[in-house]
Design a protein around this ligand. Structure first.
Ligand SMILES: C[C@@](CO)(OP(=O)(O)O)[C@H](O)COP(=O)(O)OP(=O)(O)OC[C@H]1O[C@@H](n2ccc(N)nc2=O)[C@H](O)[C@@H]1O
Ligand SMILES: Nc1ncnc2c1ncn2[C@@H]1O[C@H](COP(=O)(O)OP(=O)(O)O)[C@@H](O)[C@H]1O
Length: 291
């Protein structure tokens, strides 16, 4: 029996603009998405249809887990009559704006695609993912990409390597709730992606921008204060709709100073982690043997 080890990487949103509200209630966005080397670990193997077993350290019912939802969608859309056994060890916090659930869903679809020998191309796997969440297609392409539409239209760009410090508050933030607080009049000013990309392709990261900061900072003023405390040293921004913030490391010589400052400043319950860019969203290793 074949078993796969799957690493599903988190993402940050280096630049995030909301363009307008759509008739279907969603919003058109333009986002520069970037994977970081901070991952959840999954193991997946096939079972006879329709058996499905999920073991995970995420304390939610299996039926609500995106891994199960991705399995169901995969068999529904492809018609493959397979069951699956999945082990999921989460390190990426939930409701953190790091796309952890989305990357788990993408890893499940990719794993099933390999185990069933269906060999669907990336765009077909991304189409399956899109039915479960706007963020999911990106993880099939990974690295650095521009997402448009609801977030499902992906254009890969040349990947660049940076280092960041992630700041994890001791709570998550609901994506749906934050999107629901957008007012029409807030959607008049947009950032210059052309200039951002011209610089990015040369390895220069301009100051990150996140449209949602004004909404999130109003509700969580402590996150605004964290940004203000680090801004004199380097760039800090929110990823997605939060709750994680990322600090851009411009020089390795700054790392110690920034960590010291954060350790002094952050209240109990906050965590930090130094990460670097990851050139992929999903990494799969095949393990053969008898299990
Ligand atoms: C904000 C972003 C940025 O990467 O990520 P997170 O902070 O969640 O990681 C994404 O736009 C989140 O994508 P994702 O988390 O997949 O959202 P979905 O499950 O598709 O949608 C959750 C809810 O957010 C709203 N939504 C989402 C995407 C979008 N383009 N417009 C929206 O209005 C809708 O109300 C939807 O019901
Ligand atoms: N495998 C999973 N990992 C994380 N969250 C999951 C998963 N399956 C379902 N969820 C649900 O999805 C929601 C947010 O997903 P997550 O990807 O962690 O956040 P974000 O979209 O902010 O990056 C949470 O409410 C969580 O309960």
């Amino acid at each position: 029996m074949e078993k796969l080890n799957i690493y599903t990487f988190g993402k940050i949103t280096l630049f995030l603009d909301v363009i307008n509200k759509r008739e279907d209630g969603y919003h058109n966005v333009k986002i520069l998405l970037h994977n970081v080397d901070f991952w959840d670990f999954m193991q997946i193997s096939l079972l006879p249809y329709p058996h499905f077993i999920l073991e995970s350290n995420l304390p939610i019912p299996s039926e609500e887990n995106l891994v199960y939802k991705a399995y169901k969608k995969f068999i529904e859309i492809t018609g493959e009559k397979v069951g699956a056994k999945v082990f999921l060890f989460k390190k990426i916090p939930t409701q953190a704006g790091l796309g952890g659930g989305s990357s788990n869903a993408a890893g499940t679809i990719w794993g099933l695609n390999l185990l069933t020998n269906l060999n669907l191309p990336l765009r077909d796997m991304a189409k399956i993912g899109e039915t479960l969440g706007s963020d999911i297609p990106f993880f099939f392409y990974g690295g650095s990409a521009i997402a448009e539409g609801k977030g499902e239209i992906i254009k890969k760009i040349t990947h660049q390597n940076f280092k960041f410090i992630l700041i994890f508050p001791p709570y998550g933030i609901s994506t749906k709730e934050i999107y629901s607080k957008i007012k029409k009049e807030d959607l008049n000013i947009h950032i210059d992606f052309e200039n951002i990309l011209l610089n990015f392709e040369r390895g220069i990261l301009l100051e990150p921008y996140n449209f949602f900061e004004y909404i999130v900072f109003k509700r969580y003023p402590e996150l605004k204060k964290i940004k203000e405390s680090i801004s004199p040293i380097t760039y800090v921004a929110l990823t997605g709709t939060g709750s994680t913030m990322f600090v851009v490391i411009k020089n390795d010589s700054e790392i110690k100073e920034i960590i010291k400052k954060l350790e002094e400043y952050l209240e109990k319950g906050y965590k930090i982690k130094l990460v670097k860019s990851s050139p992929f969203g999903i990494k799969i290793l095949k393990i053969k043997g008898v299990f």
